[in-house]
Design a protein around this ligand. Structure first.
Ligand code: 13P
Ligand code: SF4
Length: 354
């Protein structure tokens, strides 16, 4: 489908027919065939802000994953409809923390006598239910581009943070950016009684990390870093903070998707880069910067797409746009009112971070 001129033409026509009624958002991990139709592209933080910036658009077509579409619904007005072109575009990390598991965790913290000291900080990559839990308990949402500011804020509100669901972003931010030690962090395993932790361990911890991870970024290893340094002398290793701590510790630069793009824009001609993030983005950047003499390679030897991001392909986008153009609202993502109110509280705390 990438080069199917028929589909490209159909997407173009449907979009033209919809005009200002539709606003298409595209996450950086989306396929090229989809990205070409995005009105704006961005990382999850930028897209959360951009979604709210088009109040006149009746339809927001979100080319990304389910939790992003939910966040867009929460942040836009009630008469704006958010559409996810394929409902199977979820996120395995977001699925690692369910509302029941998180409620149970809060009970464990309460029994250990520390719940009042704990501020929840939830990564954007979580369901609306988890965001609502976070809002209800005085916490904030963060993304990979503002995790430090979110933690700074949280430690002004309380003594401990429950960080969910990505243990790696939580640990990397605490240790790299906040000067904490690995010993300040414990991992709460929702599949074990009491999270696999004693009350004493919970009381001693500053950061309680949920045992979740990204299956895409989790594939990069210390060996990937060593190999690329041997293969390409002088290479700069730049990775996303969803990577394991040992990978982040061995990298030269660490940052969110938008950070990675800015770093490459600012890189001098002749420089060499190995990037540890999703492959659609890395390939696009490699092609974009090759004419400027910047050599950009993927950090690992094996391919590493996000399979759920890739579910949004051109056929699904065409189907969604044509349906909307014919007046059929398909694949609407709608968060219920009560969940929305608390989730919005948490999201707005994030948007208000200094
Ligand atoms: P950012 O968009 O915040 O860089 O996060 C990456 C990611 O995994 C999105 O699912
Ligand atoms: Fe989820 Fe990882 Fe895919 Fe992002 S890259 S949507 S965190 S599985």
């Amino acid at each position: 489908s990438p080069s199917d001129p028929d589909l490209v033409e159909r997407a173009r026509k449907a979009k033209e027919k919809l005009g200002d009624k539709v606003f298409v958002l595209g996450h950086h991990y989306q396929r090229d065939e989809v990205i070409q139709f995005a009105d704006v592209t961005g990382d999850s933080f930028k897209l959360a802000r951009d979604a709210a910036a088009r109040p006149e658009a009746e339809y927001i077509v979100f080319c990304g994953v389910h939790f992003m579409a939910e966040s867009a619904d929460i942040l836009t007005s009630d008469d704006q409809k958010v559409v996810l072109p394929d409902l199977a575009a979820g996120c395995s990390m977001a699925d690692m923390a369910t509302a029941e598991q998180v409620a149970e965790c809060w009970d464990v913290l309460t029994e250990a006598g520390i719940a009042e000291q704990v501020v929840p900080v939830s990564y954007m990559n979580s369901s609306a239910d988890i965001k609502a839990f976070t809002g209800k308990h005085g916490g904030t949402i963060c993304t990979s581009s503002n995790a430090k500011r979110a933690l700074d804020w949280a430690f002004e509100q309380g003594e401990k943070v429950l960080f969910l669901p990505d243990q790696h972003l939580g640990r990397n931010t605490a240790v790299r950016d906040m000067g904490m030690s690995l010993e300040d962090c414990v991992v709460y395993n929702p599949h074990k009684p009491n999270g696999g932790l004693t009350a004493d361990e919970l009381r001693a911890a500053k950061m309680i990390l949920w045992r979740g991870h990204c299956s895409v970024h989790g594939r990069f290893s210390l060996d990937s870093v060593k190999d690329v340094r041997e293969r390409i002398p002088g290479v700069n290793v730049l990775v996303h903070p969803e990577c394991k701590h040992e990978v982040v510790a061995a990298a030269d630069y660490v940052g969110s998707t938008e950070y990675i793009i800015k770093a490459l824009e600012a890189a001098p001609a002749g420089s060499k880069w190995a990037i540890g993030t999703e492959l659609n983005l890395v390939r696009r950047l490699a092609n974009r910067f090759a004419p400027e003499g910047k050599e950009i390679v993927f950090l690992d030897k094996t391919v590493c797409f996000c399979s759920t991001m890739n579910r949004i392909d051109l056929p699904h986008l065409v189907w969604a746009l044509e349906s909307l153009a014919e007046g059929n609202l398909v694949n609407r993502i709608e968060v219920d009112k009560e969940t929305e109110a608390f989730a919005k509280l948490a999201l707005e705390r994030m948007l208000a971070l200094p």
